[in-house]
Design a protein around this ligand. Structure first.
Ligand code: G4P
Length: 529
């Protein structure tokens, strides 16, 4: 069989994660600029009011001026073919954000230098750690007053629990930001705020200790820098590529995405340190990307991108081999062979039809309602399945009430379909049927999305009553008698669509109390699909 290693080894597939406003969109834009994918920075996202320009498939995005779904951008840089998985940066993001990380081989974490590690970063980071994928840190906005550099590194180490290794070191910040010192080449790249980031800035390189540096960054800053670097060389973790690739050590870069400072250096280092698409586990052992025929798994389903057609797009990550338009594949979970028609790829603003793609790439295919999150597709002579995508814990819950009880059928169809896409999770009282439906979401925006979509697509009006539960645990013990479990007064027993039992809690401490009271009970934070 053909060996696709040449094409596959060029691929680098990563997700960019950040807390809203840390600069993820700006950094993505600048990276695309280097790939020539867009002509002028500013095309990915214009002014706040124009944000829907990137993906205007859903009315709600326009109303709120935010991007609800994640998209994928591909571009070439040198010999590399880069796939950036964009994750919604808004704080009301959904499970899609987490799932996107399952499709990535590494993650770039953008941190605002004046803020350090923020809430959203922590959550996303947890998923990266779960998968042991390499994490690269870009500390952004150095052109603004930043927190102390050592404090920022300490924050990453203590809050996120990962060792840090600065690849470069900032010289001042804000008005006094003079550039960065590259620890490997021992050179300084001088920062000049220019052209508002429309064009790459000029860089001047001089060695630390060189007298000409006094003129360039000032005698005082030269002195401080020399001290800091001496301290750093003695104290920081040594660079260790294996530890980086195992997700135990994060290389740290400083820069300013807006002014395009430090972005290309970051990209170059990042590309040399991150991995090509790696083998992944399946029910039939590990599948090597280059020496196997086509295989992929579905990590996201997006509804109604094209309003006129009411279609759904299933996004899949290719894990091995080559994809060719119109090829016949085995949909393992569906137990059927099918032809993948109209494959699409998202390029910044436009969707285009793809003729071929390789392991590491992401494609979107038309879904007539047959795919579920986590499904495997492979060549027709194979039947293996990629490891399931975990169901991430919802953090907000509400009771759903129908306004017009006559539309029960449409209502059930609507919520079930939306839940199947993975935008929401639905639960029922443990002992009753579908009379009472509880919906759980990762970000509260999904409540609005649910309400909006039930009305516009299914003609069903609903009311949502927020519930106080914030924590959910799947019960791992098979065959346990749920009615006999001794729980606290703030615990609710529910089941998911497949009948799996779960517990909802108002308080975090109740989880431990329930575990203490029921010694045999095993709870899990993630459900298996
Ligand atoms: P996000 O995707 O992580 O949410 O952040 P985004 O890139 O939208 O950046 C948030 C704000 O921070 C934007 O300003 C952006 O221009 C600014 N920003 C990004 N990188 C830098 C940087 O390196 N230095 C400085 N000083 N600012 C930066 P905004 O005014 O909120 O939005 P806009 O009106 O410019 O779009």
């Amino acid at each position: 069989m053909a060996d696709y290693s040449k094409e596959i080894n060029k691929r680098r597939t990563f997700a960019i994660i950040s807390h809203p406003d840390a600069g993820k969109t700006t950094l993505t834009e600048k990276l695309l600029l280097y790939g020539g994918a867009i002509n002028l920075a500013g095309s990915v996202k214009g002014k706040k009011t124009d944000r829907h320009a990137v993906s205007d498939w859903m009315e709600i995005e326009k109303q709120r001026g935010i991007s609800v779904t994640s998209s994928v951008m591909q571009f070439n840089y040198g010999d590399y073919c880069i796939n950036i998985l964009d994750t919604p940066g808004h704080q009301d993001f959904s499970e899609d954000t987490y799932r996107t990380l399952m499709a990535a081989d590494s993650a770039v974490m953008v941190i605002d230098a004046s803020k350090g590690v923020e809430n959203q970063t922590k959550k996303l980071f947890k998923v990266c750690v779960m998968r042991n994928i390499p994490i690269f840190t870009f500390i952004n906005k150095m052109d603004r007053e930043a927190r102390d550099t050592y404090e920022l590194l300490d924050d990453i180490e203590t809050v996120l629990g990962i060792r840090t290794c600065p690849i470069n070191w900032p010289i001042g910040s804000g008005k006094n930001f003079k550039g960065v010192y590259d620890r490997e080449t021992k050179h300084i790249t001088r920062f000049y705020a220019a052209n508002n980031g429309q064009k790459e800035v000029d860089t001047v390189e001089v060695e630390l200790g060189d007298e000409s540096l006094d003129a360039l960054i000032g005698k005082e800053q030269h002195g401080i820098l020399s001290e800091e670097i001496e301290l750093l060389d003695g104290a920081s973790s040594e660079f260790d590529l294996e530890a980086v690739r195992g997700g135990k050590l994060t290389p740290v870069f400083f820069g300013s995405a807006l002014t395009n400072f430090g972005v290309e250096t970051f990209l170059k280092h990042f590309l040399s340190m991150t991995t090509t698409p790696l083998p992944r586990n399946t029910t039939e052992g590990v599948i090597d990307p280059a020496t196997n025929e086509f295989s992929a798994f579905v990590f996201k389903i997006q509804a109604n991108m094209n309003k006129a057609h009411r279609d759904r797009i299933a996004f899949m990550r290719i894990c091995s081999g080559k994809f060719e338009a119109g090829m016949e594949v085995n949909h393992v979970q569906g137990g059927k062979k099918l032809r993948l028609s109209q494959p699409q790829q998202l390029m910044a603003q436009e969707r285009k039809i793809v003729e071929e793609a390789y392991a590491g790439d992401i494609i979107g295919v038309f879904d007539p309602g047959i795919f579920s999150i986590g499904d495997t597709l492979c060549s027709t002579d194979k039947k293996f399945c990629y490891e399931g995508i975990p169901t991430f814990s919802p953090e907000h819950f509400a009771k759903v009430r129908q306004v017009d009880t006559m539309k029960r059928k449409q209502f059930l169809k609507g919520v079930s379909q939306i839940a199947q896409e993975g935008a929401i999770q639905i639960f029922q009282e443990f002992n009753t049927g579908m009379e009472e439906i509880i919906v759980g979401v990762v970000g509260v925006l999904q409540f609005d999305v649910l309400k909006f979509r039930l009305e516009s697509e299914y003609g069903v009006e609903i009311r949502l009553e927020p519930l106080a539960y914030e924590y959910i645990r799947w019960i791992e013990n098979k065959g346990i008698d749920i009615s006999k479990l001794s729980v606290t007064s703030d615990t609710k027993k529910v089941k998911d669509l497949k009948g799996n039992p779960l517990l909802l809690f108002v308080h975090n401490w109740s989880i431990q109390t329930v575990l203490d009271r029921n010694k045999e009970l095993k709870l899990s934070e993630f459900g298996k699909e």
